[in-house]
Every structure is written in C-alpha cells, then in structure tokens.
Design a protein around this ligand. Structure first.
Ligand SMILES: Nc1nc2c(c(=O)[nH]1)N[C@H]1C(S)=C(S)[C@@H](COP(=O)(O)OP(=O)(O)OC[C@H]3O[C@@H](n4cnc5c(N)ncnc54)[C@H](O)[C@@H]3O)O[C@H]1N2
Ligand code: MOO
Length: 409
C-alpha cells in the first residue's frame, strides 16, 4: 500500500520505507563519481611491477622513438636495389651488422628486430626468397617489412592517458618506452566495521555475527584501482565513529560497515553531523541498500556508509564506493560500463525503488541467481552482475533490456 508521497504504509502502523532523503539510484551513482572527482589522489613514482592494478596518475608521453632506428619486421634478407643480391653476412638483433651500408645488389641475412643497414630497400622474408649459395633471388616492394624509427611510438607521443588502469599491457608499454617506474595513484580506503555483535574470525557464538563486509572490500576496491587498509573494528556508539573519522587523512575514503540506518545503535549520521560533514547522498531509492550514504568531511575525506546487511553493503559499495574511487583517479568505472541484457524471467519492479538483482549473464540474457534477501551473499557470490530494474518499467529499454552493474568475478 502506498501513501501520498510514495512511501509504503502498513494498515497497523505507518512505516516510511525510506527513512532519509533518498536520491534516485542513477543520481546517487553520478553524485558519487562527481564527489570523488572533487578530491585529489596523490601520485607517486613506483617500480613497474608494483604499479599493477593502480591508476596512471599523469599522461604518459614517450621520451624516445620506438623503435629507436629502422629495423626488420620479418626474418629474411635486407636488400638494396634490384635482385638478385649477394649476401654479405648475417645481422642479428642486438648484435652488430656485417656492414653499415648496403650498395645496390647487396643483401644481409637479417633477424626480426635487427637494425637494417643504411641503403636497405626492403626486407625480403625467407618464405619469399630463393637462396642459392650466397646469392638470393626474389621480388619486393620498396619499404616492405621495414619498421621505421618511431613508427610504433614516436618521441613526444601520448602513449597512455592519466586515469588509465595500469594493466599488464600498460606495464609492457611502459617498459618498451624505457621506463622503470610509473606515476600512479591508488586511493586508500579505510574500512571501519561497526557493531558490538560483529566478530572477525572463527565461527560466531550465538548472538554474534561474523563480519562479511570487510572481506568483500579489498577485492572490490582493488578492482576500482584503490587499496583497502586492514579493516578496523569499532564498537557501537557515536564517540568511536567520531574519533575514527576525525583521524581520517583528507585524501582517504572511509567505508563504514553498519550504523547506516535509524536504529538505536546507528550513529553514523550523528557522528558526521558532529564533524561538520557535508552530506551528499542521504539514502538511495534502491533495494537492497537504501540506507547507504555519502558525505565529505571538512578535510576533504569522503565517507561512504554501507548498510550492515552484507548483500546491501555490496550493492552500496558498487553504487557509491566504486564511483567515488574512479572519480578520484579519473579511471573508467569497471562496474558501470553501460552493458545491458534482457532478464530471462519477468521480475516485478519495486513501485518506488530501483531493484538491484544478482544475475549471471549469458550473452544478452541475464538469469537471476537465487537470492534470499539483503543479508544474503549467496546470490551475489554466484553472480557476475547486478541487473538494474528501475521502479515501474520506465528504465527498461524498448528492446526489453536493463542496465547491468558488473560485479568482480
Ligand atoms: N527502522 C528501520 N530499520 C531499518 C531500516 C530502515 O529503513 N528503518 N533499514 C533496514 C535495512 S534495509 C538495512 S540494510 C539495515 C541497515 O542497518 P545498519 O547499516 O544500521 O547496520 P546495523 O543495524 O548495524 O546492522 C544491520 C544488520 O546487519 C548485520 N551486520 C552489520 N554489520 C555487519 C557485518 N560487518 N557483517 C555481517 N553482518 C553485519 C547486523 O548484525 C544486523 O543484522 O537496517 C534495517 N533496519
Ligand atoms: O536494503 Mo537493506 O539495505 O535491504 O538490507
């Protein structure tokens, strides 16, 4: 049953489904990226292997020509003038050539990557050459199979942009440009897990709950180009949250697990108010995850409030935390790539909230995984995306597709 402003009511007691001034799900996601982009993320030069998974903190401009000189692109013969050619010797990559210059009718046997002698017309691959003793025959067009100086990357060229994820291929590119280090940024996430009932190892005794949010975050944050600190456990109460958040460096992001809602032990909003934080997102019209929030402390540090139910925390981390991190570094968002699929079965939309459904994607078909509510991670553990089902069917495209939020697998 819905009341005038769209909140659900029960016949016995009036319960607002959204306790806070919720933003729509797409607006919250966009606000998170924008908020992240307002703050900087420090850039440091780090050795290539250590840069993997971080984000390029500055444009990468090549200081050198690659290749540095004209080189052979095929194994065969570097030839000068018309054939037949007499072969003067062998030129291997990294070793000296038998001659610095070829004259017409001369050739050297050459390996891919070796510098071609001056005067080379073309490289004739073995498979197109006919060799008889020290004489070789064949036909080739001028310039064929020669990789010219700077052809791959000329000096001064933009090789990769700030914000590029540092992938294995980017490390190879950097090494090819003669670099031993890269300027990278990797925003730091301080994980604060609240709740007197939460334990961090072993089987929980009756009444206790094992932390299931802390273990989700390092992989999720690394996927977005950031780094998680070891989770810190906080007891319930406003004071522990106030002191933990007050100690947050201005370039850090805090992910707070729990305390996001309206219960007697939910102190995040009060702690943020005490610290003079600017609240950017105060609840999101989505299920699960509606109590999530986003705030900026006077220091510039960003705080993301993740609802205590672990399935809701994952949805919130994908909605707010990942976009904040990507905004900070200018990285493309790995969760929100705009991919779409058709849902394999009819699922009712929520009347006022966006539903985020764990799905497994097969081609253009998204099949819902079995999920048992916001506290359950089974559905998400079997999923590779969350299907975004907007309230009513307005966000479903004419072709019946819905947006997908990727989940790291
Ligand atoms: N009156 C209302 N009550 C609740 C609302 C609401 O709108 N009005 N929203 C519900 C929803 S939805 C969620 S989600 C939770 C959010 O709760 P909090 O973020 O305040 O978190 P807690 O109250 O501390 O815990 C809720 C639940 O989650 C368990 N939890 C907490 N942290 C963890 C963790 N790290 N790992 C595993 N499980 C955790 C906790 O034991 C509770 O069961 O509020 C609803 N209530
Ligand atoms: O929506 Mo709560 O955020 O469902 O568990």
């Amino acid at each position: 049953m819905l009341d005038a402003d769209g909140s659900e009511t029960s016949p016995l007691i009036h319960v607002r489904t959204r306790p806070h001034g919720s933003l729509s799900w797409p607006a919250a996601r966009d606000a998170a990226r924008k908020t992240g982009a307002e703050g900087g993320s420090p850039t440091a030069e780090v050795p290539l292997p250590a840069a993997l998974g971080a984000v390029l903190g500055a444009d990468l401009v090549s200081a050198i020509d690659v290749p540095a000189l004209d080189t052979a692109a095929m194994d065969g013969y570097a030839v000068a003038g018309k054939g037949p050619w007499s072969v003067l010797g062998r030129s291997l990559a990294g070793r000296g050539a038998p001659v610095a210059r070829l004259r017409r009718g001369e050739a050297v046997e050459i390996a891919t990557g070796a510098v071609v002698p001056d005067g080379t017309l073309a490289v004739l691959p073995y498979e197109e050459a006919e060799a008889a003793g020290t004489v070789v025959h064949g036909a080739c067009a001028p310039g064929r199979h020669i990789r010219r100086r700077g052809e791959t990357v000329p000096a001064g060229a933009l090789a990769a942009r700030r914000g590029a994820p540092v992938t294995p291929a980017l490390l190879g590119l950097a090494a090819g440009l003669g670099l031993d280090t890269l300027p990278v940024t990797r925003p730091v996430v301080r994980v604060l897990i609240t709740g007197d009932e939460i334990v961090h190892s072993g089987r929980p005794r009756p009444g206790a709950v094992r932390d299931a949010i802390g273990p989700v975050l390092p992989g999720l944050v690394a996927w977005a180009g950031g780094r998680c600190e070891e989770p810190r456990a906080l007891p319930d109460g406003r004071a522990p949250l106030v002191s933990a958040l007050a100690a947050l460096p201005g370039d850090h992001v805090a992910a707070v697990g729990g305390s996001s809602s309206a219960g007697p032990a939910d102190h995040l909003r009060a702690a943020l108010a005490a610290l003079g934080a600017r609240i950017v997102v105060d609840g999101v019209a989505c299920r699960p995850g509606h109590p999530q929030l986003l705030a900026v402390l006077p220091s510039g540090a960003v705080v993301v409030g993740l609802p205590g139910n672990p399935g809701a925390a994952l949805a919130a981390a994908l909605t707010l935390l990942v976009p904040v991190l990507c905004g900070r570094t200018g990285r493309r968002d790995p969760a929100h790539g705009g991919r779409r699929a058709r849902l394999s079965a009819m699922t009712d939309p929520h009347p006022i909230d966006t539903r985020l459904l764990p799905v497994r994607v097969h081609g253009d078909l998204a099949v819902e995984t079995e999920s048992h509510g916001p506290a359950d991670l089974r559905g998400a553990a079997a999923a590779d995306a969350l299907a975004v089902l907007p309230p009513t069917t307005r966000g479903t495209a004419a072709d019946g597709t819905v947006e997908l939020v990727a989940v790291p697998t």
